[in-house]
Design a protein around this ligand. Sequence first.
Ligand code: EPZ
Length: 430
Amino acid sequence: MDRIRIVGGNELAGTIPISGAKNAALPLMIASLLTDDTLTLENVPHLADVEQLIRILGNHGVDYSVNGRRESQQKGYSRTINFSARNIVDTTAPYELVSKMRASFWVIGPLLARMGEAKVSLPGGCAIGTRPVDLFLEGLQVLGAELDVDNGYVLAKTRNGRLVGNRYVFPKVSVGATHVLMMAASLAKGETVLENAAREPEIVNLAECLIAMGAKIHGAGTSTITIQGVEALSGARVRVIPDRIETGTYAMAVAMTGGDVVLEGARPDLLQTALDVLVETGAEITPTNEGIRVKRNGAGIAPVDVTTAPFPAFPTDLQAQFMGLMTMAKGKSRITETIFENRFMHVQELARLGAHITLSGQTAIVDGVAKLKGAPVMATDLRASVSLVIAGLAAEGETTVNRVYHLDRGFERLEEKLSGCGAVIERISG
Ligand code: EPZ
């Protein structure tokens, strides 16, 4: 299994290109199931999760081809990909595939809306929490789906071949369930109103895609989304937004090591709360024509308390990285996780680098230390792993991060981007 070796202590300086967002690319790819035309997606990041979803969609009959000479020749760079679901050959998403990536459960929405039926394995729990699918099921039922759960599978059918628009109030904000109901309602008969919908930028990106495909959607990015169903959707060409979590991750790395880095292609409006918090810690953040410039010189890191919550609040996907930064703050900070009940696995690993963190329920109290010291570490999810990379960059001596496959799920060319800015970081194979 590959490992990442880091020798910490260098400031970061230079430019880091920001990739297309994993969490926007995945639902856009799934939207290709809604039409028999070609959906062309630009700026699709080259990540293990994207490759896995290509396999899952392929199982349903989706063909794909990679466009563009420069992009396809340089392995590991964001690409333009055409998806064509002309013939859906199978409406079953099997356990072996869905269990590898939770977002693949989302195919239930478009399959049901276009084909009138779907059989999709329940995704099961995962490292960061139980993550149930009750909201998906309740919402689809409100749109007229008949559902049964049998042998670990959700069996879904429409009554007369088509879903029927309705009003659904999410009892809790869910990104995935908002994606799925927005896709399903696009092909339903009549109007659907989704209330207390997720407002994440990835929802807006999916709505833009569906609108380009001919859907009638208003209000994406607010908590009320209205969808007038249409009979069929066409192909379109859509660009994946820049990855706000990758942006925030590198911004936190610079805030921790010190230095001066331009995050090329980043959009500050996608992560304003996190950038404001970084300013409070003492980092200088400047929007530029190229993206976002992040600087921190000399003065120490100020402790800041954060609580994760749905967009536009501080994202749970940056919680671990921010905790990494706070381990070297001048004083105590409190980090409260409100989205996932088990998203503190990085705490024990950060402690191996010398961090002082105590847990009290859903709050971590971080008592900043003057320095961290390198050590071998590992993590059990993507964002936790990258928090260890950041901490390793600031720690004295050598840190080895094991289980690199977690990082490969969500960070495109991580070592190359960081070493391009002066970090000593390399992948060790085997
Ligand atoms: C998306 O997951 C992201 N994944 C996650 O990123 C992200 O952490 C999360 O949104 C929150 O922002 C993708 O976009 C692929 P939710 P999702 O439904 O949609 C509960 C990463 O590292 N819930 O908004 O699965 C759920 O358990 C990943 O890139 C129900 O109770 O998250 C959680 O507590 C990790 N019932 C809360 O809602 C449901 O039916 C929010 O989850 C659905 C969700």
